[in-house]
Design a protein around this ligand. Structure first.
Ligand SMILES: [Zn+2]
Length: 330
């Protein structure tokens, strides 16, 4: 529930309904690392790396007032020593690995939490178990000594938007988006090229039927090869020579030999082939090299504005107060 700043929810919704513009702010941000392997692999990114030297245990967190945030949410807060997975295993029990992976995913744009942890860092998260093996995270803060600041990620669904996504304390989208990328309507990037050696692309969690766009002027070189693994799929040769593969589609709209223009709808996303949940797999090659889409594309972040930003900031203040209160009680 949003606590509207004016005390009249209907007024807030009327205002929000009339000003839903989401502006985009460009940022440049170029992590990387090409990998080489063959087939799509949907394993969840594991986060455990070196064994924990001295992860500090925090007691299991008390559940916070369910009336305040909804059923099942709990708060975990703990100091970090070296290893994120171990920290969450100690603080959150058997869900610790899944929670660590979900938490690291939120902040991967700023830090690699497998390597960038320092003594004195600490984690705070509002989360709950999810029936399909993945935890849900409502809010997360990371106090980073390396960065000298606290990173924040608050889940919130702007009115009129299809998905709840994560926003920082200024109403800026946490997750980077590919400028000219192959999909606009998706919930979250669930795998990056650098996550797993055998996985050669990026995954976008998206409902079946989301439009898939040509990232560049290109020629369709083949479709639906190696169906058992790739499902319905399209391969493009961009005019600059890069090869793009778009896998697990529900429907192809192009044929081999066809010319397509940048932004043209070439397929609908799906869950075909070796895929365990609806998503789009996007893979880029240049010659023998696998190319990271994060290097090929410019990146941008969404920015909430106007009444939408006001509504977010009010909700963020409420969640932050709840988190502060719960952390203080641990
Ligand atoms: Zn994939």
């Amino acid at each position: 529930m949003i606590q509207p700043p004016f005390g009249k929810p209907w007024l807030l919704y009327v205002l929000l309904g009339s000003s839903l513009a989401l502006n985009l702010v460009m940022v440049l941000d170029r992590p990387s690392s090409p990998e080489d392997a063959e087939v799509e692999d949907e394993a969840v990114a594991a986060d455990a790396e070196a064994p924990a030297a001295e992860a500090v245990a925090a007691p299991a967190a008390p559940a916070i007032d369910p009336a305040s945030l909804g059923e099942g949410w709990q708060v975990t807060a703990a100091p970090v020593d070296s290893n994120l997975a171990r920290t969450f295993q100690l603080a959150a029990g058997e869900q610790g690995d899944a929670l660590a992976a979900a938490y690291a995913r939120l902040f991967v744009w700023e830090l690699d939490l497998r390597r960038d942890l320092q003594k004195g860092d600490s984690v705070e998260v509002i989360w709950r178990p999810h029936p399909t093996a993945v935890v849900e995270v409502l809010a997360a803060r990371f106090h980073s000594r390396k960065l000298g600041k606290t990173l924040e990620a608050w889940r919130w669904q702007p009115p009129g938007q299809a998905f709840a996504t994560y926003w920082d304390e200024t109403g800026r989208g946490v997750e980077r988006r590919l400028v000219g990328g192959p999909i606009q309507h998706y919930e979250q990037i669930t795998a990056l090229l650098k996550d797993r050696p055998k996985h050669k692309g990026m995954d976008f969690k998206a409902p079946v039927g989301a439009e898939v766009l040509a990232p560049a002027h290109a020629t369709v070189t083949r479709t639906n090869w190696n169906w058992a693994a790739n499902g319905n799929c399209v391969e493009l040769q961009f005019d600059d020579g890069h090869i793009a593969k778009l896998l697990h589609l529900s429907e192809n709209k192009v044929e081999a030999g066809q010319r397509v223009t940048a932004g043209q709808v070439i397929a609908l996303s799906g869950n075909t082939g070796r895929s365990t949940a609806p998503h789009l797999h996007y893979e880029l090659h240049k010659g023998e090299q696998v190319v990271d889409p994060l290097d090929y594309h410019d990146l941008e972040q969404q920015q909430l504005t106007g009444a939408t930003l006001e509504a977010f900031l009010a909700e963020r203040a409420r969640m932050a107060a709840t988190l502060d209160q719960a952390v203080a009680a641990i």
